[in-house]
Design a protein around this ligand. Structure first.
Ligand SMILES: NC(=O)c1ccc[n+]([C@@H]2O[C@H](COP(=O)([O-])OP(=O)(O)OC[C@H]3O[C@@H](n4cnc5c(N)ncnc54)[C@H](O)[C@@H]3O)[C@@H](O)[C@H]2O)c1
Length: 289
């Protein structure tokens, strides 16, 4: 679990007070840190994850810190998941204002060896699932805002944050499937920003560089994810050597933490970003300037 300044809940009066956030992949890593941070700033959070136990632990920790959260177990690629997740936000907290499409994993391979299954899995989890989440959220975000506008001329702030990667914006050897999917989410982001901007629904993407989670630690550490009955090994082979090489190319000379990644999510969700939409924020220690 992320140890975070965010565990200190701010109680009432946080800048996200009155807002409901739905975060996919909130059981670990960046999603967990984001759930804790957004809750610490007053949002009520639906912590969704494939790993129901992890989702439960994160939601429980938020509640213990005085925040509002509920867990939701499920696979974002399951046909019924998006409707279920949005319904849970409405049932538990009566609305949906912040959707963070974060759930995902890597299934690396060189181009000449990537299998059709490996290719399809990355597009499914990183592109199709976020699209279907946004589609399911239309009623609670776009349609709700449209009604507010018709009633009072003002729509509450709402936003969607799609998690991309510098692999999507710049490419990466060994990750053609992941790169294609993470680039796709950028097109999705800009399209949503254009379609739903008139309803005060902002949509931005964050392209993370190297963030310290199990996705970027040594593959030899043995971390894996079980998706659709298949075990996929996570991490970068001999990541220590890899990291020391790439660190020298990062202007800040270090990888980012999950808490720092969550900070960028909070920034885009916050009222201070109320005029920011359709953007891809690169959070990568200054790489690729
Ligand atoms: N760590 C990095 O350096 C990095 C860089 C760029 C982008 N990203 C992206 O950030 C996001 C979060 O990754 P992370 O590094 O925190 O990894 P992580 O493995 O620590 O956390 C990902 C979480 O998503 C959940 N998840 C995975 N597939 C799911 C599915 N099908 N349905 C529901 N939940 C699912 C996992 O159970 C896990 O709790 C991913 O989209 C990843 O591609 C990470």
């Amino acid at each position: 679990m992320a140890s975070s300044a965010a565990t200190a809940h701010s109680g009432t009066g946080g800048m996200l007070e009155g807002q409901v956030a739905l975060i996919t992949g909130a059981g670990k890593g960046i999603g967990e840190a984001a759930a804790r941070l957004l809750a610490a700033h007053g949002a009520a959070v639906v912590c969704a994850d494939l790993d129901g136990t992890a989702a439960q632990m994160v939601a429980g920790a938020i509640q213990e810190a005085g925040g509002r959260a509920v867990p939701l177990a499920g696979d974002v690629t399951a046909p019924d998941f998006p409707e279920r997740a949005v319904s849970e936000a409405l049932r538990a907290f009566g609305g949906l204002h912040i959707l963070v499409n974060n759930a995902g994993y890597t299934w690396d391979g060189v181009i000449h060896k990537i299998t059709p299954e490996q290719w399809a899995a990355m597009l499914e989890v990183h592109c199709t699932a976020p699209f279907r989440m946004i589609q399911a959220a239309a009623v609670a975000m776009r349609d709700a805002a449209k009604m507010e506008l018709e009633r009072s001329g003002v729509a509450k702030p709402r936003c969607i944050i799609n998690i991309s990667s510098t692999t999507g914006t710049h490419g990466n050897a060994g990750q053609a499937n992941y790169a294609t999917a993470k680039a796709g989410v950028v097109g999705l982001t800009k399209s949503v920003a254009k379609e739903w901007g008139p309803f005060n629904v902002r949509c931005n993407a964050i392209a993370f560089g190297l963030i310290d989670t199990r996705l970027t630690r040594a593959k030899e550490g043995g971390e894996s994810i079980l998706v659709g009955g298949k075990e996929v090994k996570l991490g970068i082979p001999s990541a220590d050597g890899y990291w020391s090489a790439v660190k020298s190319l990062i202007p800040l000379r270090r990888v980012g933490s999950a808490d720092e990644a969550a900070g960028a999510i909070l920034m885009l969700a916050s009222p201070y970003s109320s005029y920011v939409t359709g953007q891809v924020l690169e959070v990568n220690g200054g790489s690729f300037m």
